[in-house]
Write a protein that binds this ligand. Structure first.
Ligand code: NAD
Length: 338
């Protein structure tokens, strides 16, 4: 190993992680090792002399795990994702562990998946596909609506939300947005910034693109749903805990919510990314969601494009190299306290 190569263990790794990271690592030559286990306090013991950990969205990086990582001489956590809500940044700072992430591997990938959920739900493509294969060519129950002329509300117009806004403006939607920091690029597309209550009241389709934080946790609860239009389409490709799933189930039963598209789920760490097709799912809330004909759930695949996986691998390995050189890490890569 030369001085700039770093011994790194990858938790929650899948075959596709190995493929993309091994290819990118031909350039960096870090000493990397993949384990399938999710990082929790019980799996920290899988660390074997590494000084960096590469983690993903459902790895646990709370104070307890970070203390154990510190005892194992881990100096760097490289998140191979954008969100960092699963990391106790205060604790990492106190323990002297640096945290890096991949701030923008492909906002297009997530934005395009978001629009895909909207269109598939509206035109019931998931039902039509099965029907036609079954020789049922009836259109009953497949009625959709034109997006053009309807109102979209976007909560969070950062990298992903701004692309969703651009695509749907081009499709003729009136786009309202709520963000703590309005984005001039969106205003240029014709987006109008409004208060969150007005957005809830006036939108036919609402899409969430803000990060999960104590402020945004259960942003969509009973009170928020009460303000929305009957039959609203709700899309969440951001983080599961932005929605209160129990309130959402009530909203689906009362028909307040007409369509629900999810790529994330609050308790997804027990389910997503695994093949559980022969198991009995124990999560009754999730199972109830699956019973509605107007709910479409994907298992956190918004990021999952070839372009994004390549960028994730390149950015992560570059950050590890910069850290090992003692070079400055750019502000958008380094995760610091707000
Ligand atoms: P970003 O940081 O570029 O944008 C987030 C925006 O949310 C910012 O403009 C910020 O000002 C705004 N915001 C922050 N707090 C807010 C609040 N309380 N109310 C309204 N707006 C608020 O992030 P991004 O790259 O666009 O990603 C958005 C989210 O998408 C991430 O936080 C992550 O959770 C999620 N994500 C999901 C996938 C997936 O595969 N499904 C992949 C990547 C990211």
């Amino acid at each position: 190993m030369n001085a700039y190569q770093m011994k790194t263990v990858f938790f929650s790794s899948k075959r596709y992680d190995e493929t993309y990271f091994n290819t990118s690592n031909e350039h960096y030559a870090h000493d990397i090792r993949f384990v399938e286990a999710r990082l929790t306090k019980d799996t920290v013991s899988l660390i074997d002399g590494e000084s960096a950990v590469c983690a993903f969205v459902n790895d646990v990086l709370d104070r307890e795990v970070l203390s154990l990582l510190s005892e194992s001489k881990i100096k760097l956590i490289a998140l191979r994702c954008a969100g960092f809500n699963n990391v106790d940044i205060n604790a990492a700072n106190e323990l002297g562990i640096k945290v890096v992430r991949v701030p923008a591997y492909s906002p297009n990938a997530v934005a395009e998946h978001t629009v895909c959920l909207m269109l598939a739900l509206n035109r019931k493509i998931y039902r039509a596909y099965n029907r036609v294969r079954d020789g049922n060519f009836s259109l009953d129950g497949l009625l959709g609506f034109d997006f053009s002329g309807k109102t979209l509300g976007i909560v969070g117009t950062g990298k992903i939300g701004a692309i969703v806004a651009r695509i749907l403006c081009a499709m003729g939607m009136k786009v309202l947005a709520y963000d703590l920091m309005p984005n001039q690029e969106c205003v240029d597309y014709g987006v109008s910034y409004v208060g969150i209550e007005q957005l809830f009241r006036e939108s036919n389709v609402i899409s969430l693109h803000c990060p999960l934080s104590p402020v945004t946790q259960h942003l969509i609860d009973q009170t928020a749903l009460d303000k929305m239009q009957n039959g609203v389409m709700l899309i969440n490709t951001s983080r599961g805990a932005l929605l209160d799933a129990s309130a959402v189930i009530k909203g689906l039963k009362s028909k307040k919510i007409g369509y629900l598209g999810l790529d994330v789920y609050e308790q997804e760490s027990e389910l997503f990314f695994e093949d559980l097709s022969c198991e009995i799912i124990q999560d009754d809330v999730f199972e109830r969601l699956l019973t509605f004909p107007n709910v479409l759930i994907t298992s956190h695949q918004g990021f999952f494009t070839e372009d994004a996986l390549k960028k994730i691998a390149d950015t992560t390995l570059h950050s590890i190299q910069q850290f090992s050189k003692g070079a400055d890490l750019s502000d958008d890569v380094l995760v610091v306290l707000p």
